[in-house]
Write a protein that binds this ligand. Structure first.
Ligand code: FAD
Length: 470
């Protein structure tokens, strides 16, 4: 019998798996997509917020601050980049009072190091920002990460500690039978003492499946636009305008990989699958970003994407043990990425109220990241090539990704072109995979022993080649 089933393999589900792997528990994670991190968690700004923009009385405010703290240690143990950029909420004339209120909220949350800086400080430290900005609230604890990299790192560590993860397993039925839950997917049937619902945009659907009421999820779409890495870094820090009621506004985000990103928009939509981007919203984002940093120009944009925030009318995170061992984690919009490790800790505390949770005697706290050829110096590159000549064969020219890295990504669980893209950065450069996709497909075909027409971009239905075209 399984002790705990986690439904959903986004940042919340992966954080749950990572945290629960520390205990003597039989844990299984079920994910409907072909790989982890293909839900909301792959399409966001990648910011580990300070937490000062969320009310000090809210669960999301408290969990964001705690999550920000936890990420520092987790990134060290699991060897993923956590770049402490810091953040600024900038005030144009007439807006100083708003940033003072945010500071007061941050002080109540106990966030360290926050201070209001003036125009002179901004001129010296962030010269690309508009000269009209008079003040800014500086939050030094903000950082950026690659969300999918964190998810894969947590999953690899959880698996090494005995957690079972099954992708391509969409849950369609949940029933309470005596003192356990029967969870059915289209592929298999599982029985478990506890169910943790971390299904993101479908968390309300999963809860209703189990006959439990919870807040309804309303998707809020956010469109983001990425600037060429070859363009100069615009800002060192993440830059926010003064927030509006439902959104933190359109930001400038220095990403882990050296690009700058601008966005996101925030618009309620009805379709939970709608991740299109539009010219109208591109123009809106450009205009808002140019107000912050006037030198941003349209020619620098190389890519765009959209994600949907799982929002509720109630606004705060809804995390609760409902009847008989069913734990709902619902409405995890921003700052969900930031809060995720703290959400996992919070849920473990809920579990500990009714069950004993002995720690594993043999627990492996670490995980090593894959080699990144692009980031190595010549000596390190030569050493790697000497060990394995596949690291001497460049597959993606734009991002300098080698055959060795593609094979390593597959070894670590990549089963789709997107899975390889997220793990290696291949296909993410200026040519968007025009040069490397067919080469990557050849490696996948050989390593996974599957024909070309079974290779997909992101799971069944996204095959690139049809059999009769071969
Ligand atoms: C544009 C945008 C920008 C954002 N920026 C930030 C930011 O900078 N910082 C921050 O802290 N937060 C940010 N957020 C919020 C953050 O992305 C989310 O809070 C977080 O990713 C939610 O994670 P999750 O695990 O709950 O959801 P998901 O990542 O969606 O995971 C849920 C998983 O459940 C799976 N699932 C669904 N139904 C089933 C089923 N029936 N059976 C099995 N599996 C199922 C899905 O496939 C999915 O993989 C942003 C969000 C958006 C949209």
């Amino acid at each position: 019998m399984i002790d705990i089933i986690i439904i959903g393999g986004g940042i919340v589900g992966a954080s749950m798996a990572y945290e629960l792997a520390k205990y003597q528990l039989n844990v299984t994670l079920l994910e409907k997509e072909t790989e982890l991190s293909f839900g909301v968690s792959k399409s966001n700004s990648g910011i580990i917020h300070t937490g000062f923009q969320d009310d000090y009385n809210s669960l999301k405010g408290r969990l964001a601050v705690r999550g920000n703290f936890l990420y520092r240690e987790i990134s060290r143990l699991l060897d993923f980049p956590f770049i402490p950029t810091g953040e600024l909420v900038v005030a144009f004339p007439g807006e100083k009072e708003s940033i003072e209120e945010i500071k007061e909220n941050g002080d109540r949350l106990g966030i360290p190091g926050i201070e209001i800086v003036d125009g002179e400080w901004l001129n010296k430290n962030e010269p690309m920002l508009s000269k009209e900005i008079e003040y800014a609230l500086l939050g030094p604890t903000a950082a950026v990460i690659n969300p999918w990299e964190v998810i894969y790192a947590m999953a690899e560590n959880a698996i090494s500690n005995g957690v079972k993860i099954y992708c391509d397993n969409e849950v369609h039925s949940i029933a309470k039978i005596n003192n356990f839950w029967r969870v059915k997917t289209y592929q298999a049937e599982y029985e478990s003492r506890y169910v943790i619902n971390a299904a993101g945009l479908s968390a309300d659907k999963i809860s209703f499946m189990a006959g439990i009421k919870c807040p309804i999820i309303i998707p809020y779409k956010g469109e983001e636009f990425i600037l060429d890495r070859h363009a100069d870094r615009l800002t060192k820090r993440i830059v926010f305008p003064v927030p509006k009621k439902h959104t933190k506004g359109i930001l400038i985000i220095p990403t882990v990989d050296g690009n700058t990103m601008i966005g996101p928009t925030s618009n309620e939509v009805t379709d939970k699958e709608d991740i299109t981007t539009t010219k109208k919203h591109k123009d809106e984002v450009l205009k808002a970003a140019q107000k912050l940093a006037p030198s941003i120009n349209e020619d620098l944009l190389i890519a765009s994407f959209a994600g949907l925030r799982p929002t509720t009318r109630e606004g705060d995170f809804y995390i609760k043990e409902e009847q008989n061992g069913f734990i709902n984690i619902v409405g995890i919009k921003s700052p969900g990425l930031t809060a995720a490790p703290a959400i996992a800790e919070y849920v473990v505390n809920i579990l500990a109220e009714n069950t004993t949770l002995p720690k594993k005697k043999k627990y492996n706290p670490k995980r090593k990241s894959m080699p990144r050829f692009r980031l190595l110096n010549t000596k390190e590159r030569n050493t790697l090539i000497k060990k394995d000549t596949d690291f001497g064969e460049v597959i993606c020219r734009c991002e300098l990704v080698t055959k060795g890295e593609i094979k390593e990504a597959i070894r670590r669980g990549a089963r789709t072109l997107d899975g390889i893209k997220f793990r290696t950065r291949s296909q993410m450069g200026r040519c968007h995979g025009a040069f490397c996709t067919s080469k990557i497909m050849a490696i996948m075909s050989e390593e996974l022993e599957i024909p070309f027409d079974k290779i997909t971009k992101r799971g069944q239905g996204s095959e690139l080649i049809k059999r009769n075209e071969l």
